[in-house]
Design a protein around this ligand. Structure first.
Ligand SMILES: [Zn+2]
Length: 423
């Protein structure tokens, strides 16, 4: 699973929330909460030896370590955030760790997903993460959920755990995690990462806001790039993942002041941490006074919308496959192939004959004069989402016969030239 994707927009790296919750303002208020977990009966001699550096911290002590031993924590995603989170939760002695991930380890994961290694490429992420955890701490009981989280299984899986750590990389899953947690009354620790920017908070509707209080609506489709599109500094995962574990330990043992009602915003380039107060929204559709969302949504993908309505309409009868593009090229059809990705992506891999014109230049109208009027325009991006947005703009500007390539570069590599790299 990959990164949030968040809130953080490319225009102006100093991300502010571009689509925002109504109630955030600067300031600070903290709240102490009782421990989430009762202590286990005892620690073994082995455990006392292993956890001695915890035991001699007065605030943790034997009592706190016994609580960790008794704790059941689920990590959603064993990717960028899940990797450091699971490793430190395991090392800390959390008694039972659940891992849910349906994905397999890819070479491009290894730059940041440090729970996996070279020999794990192609292996299930959940299995790979479980193996690493056993190596770090064999006293941890690992529960593997090698499946995608969905509305059919989320309640049943969440109900088995005291606390959820959200390491998801997409808005559909993020809203589902939030909704399920609120409906079940579970606290969860949320984190998100993008390029050099990270955010973290604890959402627990019984004591503070939920994710929907902060972000009532998902961002417009195509507005917020994913880490797969925009990239993420590998070590940022450790910065945010460790904050999530820190908050998890505090909640489980009842020490310190958890990030309930506060949003931690981290800027790795400025090396700056800021805390923003987030209030519970009385009008929140989920945890507000008159909720309209009283059950899980039917379709979270639909709620978040992979592409906008305009883009969907533009692609009808104006979509070709990578194989068709190859046929057109081989037949010397008079086309003008436009790659709407960013220059850094173009450097990594490109479809032969493509001209780089980033999506932003097409949407702003700036690039329209660069496009030939006498050729058919063929747009593509990495996966087909951005090119669909660009296609809608081109059609609106009068390029009525423009088309886009379904699946973009990824399909080209798969169908036409598997020797090319993907990212
Ligand atoms: Zn809420």
């Amino acid at each position: 699973m990959s990164g949030d994707v968040s809130l953080l927009m490319a225009n102006g790296r100093r991300s502010e929330r571009q689509w925002r919750g109504p109630t955030a303002d600067p300031g600070e208020s903290t709240v102490s909460l009782p421990p989430l977990v009762e202590p286990a009966a005892e620690l073994t001699v082995d455990e006392i030896r292993r956890y001695s550096r915890h035991l001699i911290i007065p605030d943790v002590g034997v009592e706190g370590q016994k609580r960790l031993k008794n704790a059941r924590v689920l990590c959603v995603g064993a990717g960028g955030l899940g990797s450091p989170a699971l490793m430190y939760l395991a090392a800390a002695g959390v008694g039972t760790l659940g891992i849910i991930d349906f994905d397999t380890v890819d070479e491009s994961n290894l730059q940041r997903q440090i729970i996996h290694g070279v020999s794990d490429v192609g292996r299930s992420k959940a299995e790979s993460a479980a193996a690493s955890i056993r190596e770090i701490n064999p006293l941890v009981n690992v529960e593997i959920h090698n499946t995608a989280l969905d509305r059919e299984n989320v309640r049943e899986i969440f109900s088995r755990y005291d606390l959820i750590v959200d390491g998801t990389d997409n808005f559909a899953t993020r809203y589902m995690v939030n909704d399920a947690a609120v409906l079940l009354g579970k606290p969860y620790v949320w984190g998100s990462i993008y390029r050099f920017d990270g955010q973290a908070s604890v959402f627990w509707a019984e004591h503070g806001p939920c994710y929907r209080c902060l972000y009532p609506e998902p961002p417009p489709p195509g507005m917020v790039p994913s880490c797969a599109e925009g990239g993420v500094l590998g070590v940022l995962c450790a910065s945010i993942g460790s904050i999530q574990v820190n908050e998890a330990i505090k909640l489980l043992t009842g020490i310190g002041e958890p990030l309930v009602g506060r949003l931690m915003v981290y800027d790795a380039l400025e090396m700056e941490y800021r805390k923003i107060k987030v209030r519970k929204d009385p009008n929140c559709a989920l945890c507000g006074e008159n909720p309209t969302v009283t059950d899980l949504l039917e379709d979270y993908e639909d709620f978040c919308g992979a592409v906008s309505v305009e883009a969907q309409e533009a692609t009808v009868d104006s979509t070709i496959t990578a194989s068709e593009l190859k046929e057109w090229q081989d037949a010397d059809k008079d086309i003008f192939l436009v790659d709407v990705r960013e220059p850094a992506e173009y450097e990594i891999v490109r479809i032969p004959g493509s001209h780089l014109i980033p999506k932003g230049e097409i949407l702003s109208g700036e690039a329209l004069s660069k496009l030939p009027q006498d050729k058919q325009i063929v747009l593509h991006c990495k996966s087909g989402v951005r090119s669909a947005e660009a296609l809608a703009a081109l059609k609106a500007a009068g390029f009525s016969d423009a088309v886009h390539v379904q699946g973009g570069v990824l399909s080209w590599v798969k169908q036409i030239d598997p020797s090319l790299p993907t990212y």
